[in-house]
Write a protein that binds this ligand. Structure first.
Ligand code: SF4
Ligand code: SF4
Length: 365
């Protein structure tokens, strides 16, 4: 069961002691997909960054052991996390070594279905662990998904992996799997039948508008990036919002409450991407650590606060030593001069902190 007391303790101590309570951690830039909405998969084939410099399992463990007790939520990402041979070891360390851990999220692309299923078989069987939320990325049904993701047969393998992991979550409890749907100009006009199917089956659905930021498109021209101004994307998100509001989200669930507000925020962001939807809490409640140990306010605003390797893997020591850089980043974000986005990596804690500071925004984004 979700340990709400840990979540609350993390949020309060993070806000009172000015320490992060949520981290976004990239495990690897290895990826076996060929997505149109992201070019992380091209990093190593194009030799843009060195694979051998990725953090080792021992280094991740050192980072986890030194995190402040406010950190209660870690969202892992990649690349495709399951491509790391030591994926289970890193997860086990996060479960065990992060003192106040209450929740971890991990995405899967479902290409290597057997590997994902075997990893979760081992990990979900651990009795003392935080709540685990697994996202299976599915960008449409059948051919639509395979076309956007560039891998024939990926839809089939992802659905097979989803079903097996779903059964494991139900068997072991304290875990859930949902579908992560990225909406872009490549699929927006063909996803509604898929969305209806997912909702009919009662499967948790998390939607996101594709982002065109440098995290996903380091090497490509602006023309090739997803186009947020595409009118149809907003209309489809609005249609999905109405559907989920009516048929999926429960008012009694705090997670549904935040998810609903996240989608409302996405609509607002699409109305005016020049403006932050609400004050962003990156570089306050939330930091991003990439797979080489670089720390940034978020994965989209890479100001280069420092590398944990140089600070004995101690995130707080790094932030303390680089206080001026942190303050400068905070000011830039406050002024809305960061790359600006509305992404679940940062929107949830930004909404939580806003409601803490301004309780009258409870029913707003
Ligand atoms: S979206 Fe995920 S699966 Fe697709 S290329 Fe990027 S990291 Fe790989
Ligand atoms: S608004 Fe987006 S880009 Fe700007 S700091 Fe927040 S998460 Fe990063």
């Amino acid at each position: 069961m979700l340990k709400y007391h840990r979540i609350l303790r993390g949020i309060l101590s993070g806000n009172l002691r000015r320490r992060p309570y949520r981290l976004n951690v990239s495990l690897t830039n290895l990826c076996d997909s060929r997505c149109k909405t992201c070019d992380i998969w091209q990093i190593y084939p194009q030799k843009r960054l060195p694979l051998r410099e990725e953090l080792t399992q021992d280094e991740f463990q050192s980072i986890f052991r030194r995190l402040p007790s406010s950190v209660m939520w870690v969202s892992f990402s990649g690349g495709e996390p399951h491509l790391r041979k030591d994926f289970c070891g890193i997860m086990e360390s996060s479960f065990r070594d992060i003192r106040n851990i209450a929740m971890v999220n991990v995405p899967n692309n479902g290409i290597k279905a057997d590997r994902c299923v075997n990893d979760w078989k081992r990990l979900l069987a651990i009795r003392r662990r935080p709540f685990v939320y697994i996202t299976m990325s599915l960008d449409g049904e059948g051919a639509v998904h395979d076309e956007v993701r560039g891998v024939e047969g990926n839809y089939e393998s992802a659905v097979a992996a989803f079903e097996e992991i779903d059964a494991l979550c139900k068997q072991h409890g304290n875990a859930a799997i949902g579908i992560g749907l990225t909406i872009s100009k490549f699929n927006f006009d063909r996803i509604m039948p898929f969305v209806h199917q997912v909702i009919d089956k009662g499967i948790s659905l998390k939607i996101e508008a594709a982002d065109s930021g440098d995290l996903y498109y380091q090497g490509q021209d602006a023309d090739e990036r997803p186009d947020l101004e595409h009118e149809g994307i907003r209309d489809v998100i609005s249609e999905i919002y109405a559907l989920q509001n009516k048929r999926q989200w429960k008012w009694s669930s705090p997670i549904d409450f935040l998810t609903r507000n996240h989608v409302r925020g996405a609509l607002r962001f699409l109305d005016n991407p020049e403006k932050l939807v609400i004050p962003c809490r990156a570089a306050h409640s939330n930091y991003a650590i990439d797979c080489y140990g670089n720390v940034n306010p978020c994965f989209f605003f890479t100001t280069g606060l420092g590398n944990v390797r140089k600070y004995d893997y101690d995130l707080c020591r790094l932030l303390e030593s680089q206080r001026k850089k942190v303050q400068k980043a905070q000011q830039t974000i406050k002024d809305g001069k960061c790359p600006r986005c509305w992404h679940v990596c940062n929107s949830i804690d930004s909404m939580i902190d806003r409601k803490l500071r301004k309780p009258w925004t409870l029913f707003n984004v």
